[in-house]
Design a protein around this ligand. Structure first.
Ligand code: ZN
Length: 125
């Protein structure tokens, strides 16, 4: 058992893994955000690609997602604030040179036929 990467204190198998395998759909923007972070940790490129909203998915490249996921070492996720359609978070990671960074973003999400999708995000400096 692994404590889930998203910081929920549940086991990964009973948390984001269920959403990655589509046994459970993300019932809110924040749950999808957490599952997307965990997908970066475990390198689930398909999940990351498929949870882009159809309106922005065509601009994404699976190779870019894969590189961003695997070239960084993901340390932790902190949810700063979430509303129905937005999540502000900080994701800490180390890059290939072992330099630590914090990715601080406010993301937009949209529900489509009972599924939540990531649209885009704005970096907060
Ligand atoms: Zn989780």
């Amino acid at each position: 058992m692994t404590v889930c990467y998203c910081g929920s204190a549940k086991d990964f198998e009973n948390c984001c893994s269920l959403i990655h395998s589509a046994s459970l759909s993300a019932s809110s923007a924040e749950i999808l955000m957490r599952a997307r972070y965990s997908a970066f940790v475990v390198g689930d490129v398909s999940f990351l690609y498929n949870t882009f909203h159809p309106s922005t998915r065509r601009y994404q490249s699976k190779q870019d997602i894969k590189n961003w996921s695997t070239q960084n070492k993901w340390l932790k996720l902190e949810i700063i604030n979430s509303t129905q359609n937005t999540v502000e978070f900080r994701a800490s990671y180390k890059d290939q040179a072992n330099v630590q960074h914090v990715h601080h973003e406010k993301s937009n999400f949209k529900e489509l036929q009972g599924q939540w999708y990531y649209i885009d995000g704005r970096l907060i400096q």
